[in-house]
Design a protein around this ligand. Structure first.
Ligand code: PMM
Length: 311
């Protein structure tokens, strides 16, 4: 597909925003596409060890091919990461992270895709922005690198701040809450305040509860059930449930847990429910199933007597 053709796929005009009772939470983010429905972010992990697709896209050419295929499938944003965040994962060197992601970011952006870089390092984010990335996805919410928030402020790009409680190594030991939803909301609010203090424009901050990051399965389900308490923070909310272990646990039958690649229908169900509850974007490995799901959710939540632009 040519850059122009792909640009049309990625940024063509969507239906008017503002559908449905939950639509107020789905505010627009300057620098990201507008679709009038929950957005779909496709994941490209250029890593040997991510839990779902580790090793599959370690070579730049296969990662680029995968990202382009997701864009053709209708992904609104492509998220490129070079460091696994699976529980217990160690850090990769900055030079290796850059080596993995930069050619992928450069080629996907050149083809017209809206790309985010999934990194906790400001230097990596800065290089990715220079290579054409449109935004930053930081699973530490700015806590890992003090230079990250000032960079996002100066670059005037969208910044996704995910909730976690420290590095992946050992994070599940910090999964202790009296009321996970109240505590995650309070910790995200504190992050938001710090990011605004650093000069990031409020319209560009996306919040994410960080499912599976210092959270047990029961914590993830409570955060999803009470998503309204997170959208009530007034920022767009991103949900990353795709293929995660808490979905595998629900699907477990006769002592057999389906592997991550067999959890896409369950992921699509979460995507539909999250979209209907006001999520701004869902981050997934399989784009077509979730795109169908968020389109259904957009129809379901269209205001009474008003058909969506797709009907
Ligand atoms: N999950 C993973 C990685 N990055 N970023 C955000 N914003 N939210 C998430 O839930 C999230 C993330 C881990 O999943 P992966 O290894 O399949 O990418």
């Amino acid at each position: 597909m040519t850059a122009v053709a792909l640009a049309g796929v990625m940024t063509g005009p969507g239906p008017a925003a503002g559908h449905g009772p939950a639509a107020g939470a789905r505010t627009e983010v300057p620098g990201f596409p507008r679709r009038g429905r929950c957005l779909v972010m496709g994941v490209v992990n250029v890593t040997p060890d991510s839990f779902s697709d580790g090793g599959a896209y370690l070579a730049a050419a296969s990662a680029i091919g995968h990202g382009l295929a997701m864009a053709r499938d209708g992904a609104d944003i492509i998220d490129v990461g070079g460091e696994s965040t699976r529980p217990g994962a160690g850090r990769v060197q900055e030079a290796e992270e850059l080596r993995r992601i930069l050619p992928v970011v450069r080629d996907l952006a050149a083809a017209g895709a809206t790309v985010t870089v999934d990194t906790t390092r400001a230097a990596v984010a800065e290089a990715a922005l220079a290579a054409g990335a449109a935004g930053i996805n930081d699973v530490s919410g700015g806590l890992a690198d003090p230079a990250m928030a000032p960079l996002a402020a100066a670059a005037r790009v969208p910044y996704i701040a995910m909730h976690s409680r420290g590095p992946s190594a050992g994070m599940q030991r910090r999964a202790a809450y009296d009321d996970v939803v109240t505590e995650v909301a309070a910790e995200l609010r504190a992050r938001l305040e710090a990011l605004l203090q650093a000069g990031i424009d409020r319209r560009r901050v996306v919040l994410d509860p960080g499912l599976g990051f210092a959270k047990l399965p029961a914590h993830n389900w409570q955060l999803l059930r009470r998503l309204g308490e997170l959208t009530a923070l007034g920022q767009p909310v991103l949900i990353g449930a795709s293929r995660k272990a808490f979905l595998g646990a629900v699907l477990r039958r006769a002592d057999e847990t389906p592997p991550p690649q067999a959890r896409d229908a369950a992921t699509a169900a979460v995507s539909a429910l999250a979209a209907a509850a006001g999520a701004w974007c869902v981050r997934v490995h399989d784009v077509p199933t979730t795109l169908d799901a968020v389109r259904v959710a957009a129809e379901w939540t269209a205001p009474p007597g008003e058909d969506s632009a797709h009907s």
